[in-house]
Design a protein around this ligand. Structure first.
Ligand SMILES: O=C(O)CCC(=O)C(=O)O
Length: 318
């Protein structure tokens, strides 16, 4: 196996410390088994839940947009997603750009795919909807995502929410796949005060910046997989997760989506829902990467922009 890093720390990949995600396609459409396994593992992983061609269509739609703003090497096929290292990004209206990526038709079809909605209807026993905000991610070589649970970021409305992580293209582990901490008795109790927090009101940062130290503390393995376009990983608001760093030897960017789902008849979190979601504040746009600030003011993922939507990377934290 390639060496695997997360948060720039080399992971232990022996069987005591690292494993493969359990696949659940054999229990699809069996609601009570799905609910029991989600309760037991804190996640459900499906190979090929979505038609591969549909996932690749969304990939192409998004990569075309990243090519237009100069983020992709123009000498290579767009679908290879090779990073350009240009500085054109600083001249772009990122507010408009990120909205156009989020609102793409092929991308929205993936987030609201009937197979994905059906799964959450089975889990939540009623009609469901996705959050109005969506999180498409373009992860450059060297980048990843900090360790966290989604609860503090998502559950102002209800805590009966699930996340989907959907690779838009094939994503091998060393190319920046998502990883989850295997669930074990006692974890929820250890995280009780973290789950009670509201990411914005309590201004939280990452749960930890050291995946090896965290797994020692929890006595648990990190789990991941080599993902293929069409696979879907679903998990709870209490599932500890992070990304493996993108160590692509050819400079390939990782493209994926995360989205959230809840029942339509439960209150929703105004940060991510409504015609103009609050998000983490109007002066910021969802644009992961380009540095590491330990997520102070959400800056690893949310970038300050000026009134014309242009990056203000050097803005002081307060
Ligand atoms: O894709 C990533 O790097 C992180 C995704 C994530 O944190 C999530 O799906 O909640």
């Amino acid at each position: 196996m390639n060496q695997l890093f997360s948060n720039r720390i080399l992971l232990k990949t022996d069987p005591q410390h690292f494993g493969e995600l359990r696949e659940s396609q054999t229990i699809l459409n069996q609601p009570s088994l799905l609910r029991a396994r989600m309760e037991e593992d804190g996640y459900l992983f499906f190979r090929g839940l979505i038609d591969r061609a549909e996932a690749l269509e969304a990939r192409e739609e998004i990569l075309l947009k990243f090519a237009i703003i100069g983020e992709l090497d123009a000498t290579r096929p767009i679908n290879d997603a090779i990073h350009s290292r240009s500085e054109a990004i600083e001249k772009v209206n990122l507010r408009a750009f990120t909205q156009s990526v989020r609102d793409g038709v092929a991308y929205r079809r993936i987030v609201d795919h009937s197979c994905v909605l059906k799964l959450y209807e089975d889990l939540l026993e009623g009609p469901v909807r996705s959050y109005d905000f969506r999180w498409p991610r373009f992860v450059r070589p060297g980048e990843g995502c900090g360790i966290h649970c989604d609860g503090p970021y998502m559950n102002r409305g209800t805590d009966r929410v699930f996340s989907s992580w959907i690779p838009l293209g094939d994503v091998a582990k060393h190319e920046g796949a998502l990883m989850l901490l295997e669930k074990a008795d006692g974890h929820d109790a250890m995280l009780r005060s973290y789950f009670a927090k509201d990411a914005d009101r309590d201004r939280i940062e990452w749960l930890s910046t050291n995946p090896v130290a965290l797994q020692e503390k929890f006595g648990a393995r990190w789990l991941s997989a080599d993902f293929y376009a069409g696979d879907v990983l679903c998990f709870t608001m209490r599932t500890v997760h992070a990304a493996l760093d993108n160590m692509s030897p050819v400079g390939k960017c990782r493209l994926s989506s995360d989205s959230r789902y809840q029942r339509i008849d439960e209150p929703f979190d105004e940060r991510w829902n409504g015609s103009r979601p609050e998000t983490h504040g109007y002066g910021k746009v969802f644009f992961p990467g380009l540095g590491q600030w330990k997520n102070r003011n959400f800056k690893d993922e949310w970038k300050p922009v000026d009134e014309r939507g242009r990056l203000l990377l050097n803005e002081e934290d307060n």
